[in-house]
Design a protein around this ligand. Structure first.
Ligand code: CA
Length: 213
């Protein structure tokens, strides 16, 4: 009788221990499942945020630097911005998005075109190296003279990463607003695919007909 009671007691102890172990295991598995679910949801949200950021449409803007505080006009295609910048004279093909544009493409449309040019492209700034991303086209009322922009139009401070000069113009980029140095000289009609240590630093610009404005 005593032996049976002892066996029964031992069996209960074993059962309780077994149940305790099982419950702990279930809690551990549940906690691990919650952590994995949180990680999965966070990852999904980050991916969604990244893809919607990448899908942001580019903006192609124009500013006339020969006018004080000239408004910035922006367009949804690069070609439309160049058409506006050249007073409707130039219609680029293959230019829905930004690309390097030759001086020839920006020249007067044809010898039979007797409409006098009233606006000239001085430079095109690009958001990315190698002429990509958003663009800011600067124009003047004549071939290159001495023009300047003491601060960048809204959204363009510390943004340019490449540029192309036109109309016989050179451009000097300045680190700070109000032509605060250091500066970075780019040549007459030069194509500059990257700025080295001046990448994303430009805060003001001068134009002139020779290297070093
Ligand atoms: Ca700067």
């Amino acid at each position: 009788m005593a032996m049976r009671a002892f066996r029964c007691k031992m069996s209960n102890i074993f059962l309780r221990h077994f149940l305790k172990m099982e419950i702990q295991l279930i809690i551990k598995r549940f906690a691990r499942g919650v952590v994995l679910a949180v990680v999965a949801v966070t990852s999904m949200l980050m991916t969604t945020a990244a893809s919607s950021y990448g899908a942001k449409p580019h903006s192609y803007c124009v500013v006339d630097v020969s006018k004080a505080a000239a408004p910035k006009h922006c367009f949804s295609t690069f070609a439309a911005s160049i058409s506006f910048a050249t007073n409707g004279r130039v219609h680029l093909s293959n230019a829905a998005t930004a690309r390097n544009v030759s001086a020839k493409e920006l020249a007067t449309a044809s010898p039979s075109d007797i409409t006098p040019d009233t606006t000239y492209v001085l430079s095109i700034f690009f958001q990315y190296t190698n002429y990509g991303g958003d663009t800011l086209t600067s124009t003047g009322t004549g071939v290159c003279g001495y023009w300047q922009m003491s601060s960048m139009p809204s959204g363009w401070n510390d943004k340019p990463s490449s540029l192309r000069n036109y109309s016989g113009c050179a451009a000097t980029l300045f680190w700070d607003v109000g032509f605060g140095q250091p500066k970075y000289d780019t040549g007459v009609d030069a194509s500059v695919p990257s700025f080295s240590n001046f990448d994303n630093k430009t805060s003001s610009v001068k134009w002139c007909p020779h290297l070093g404005c």
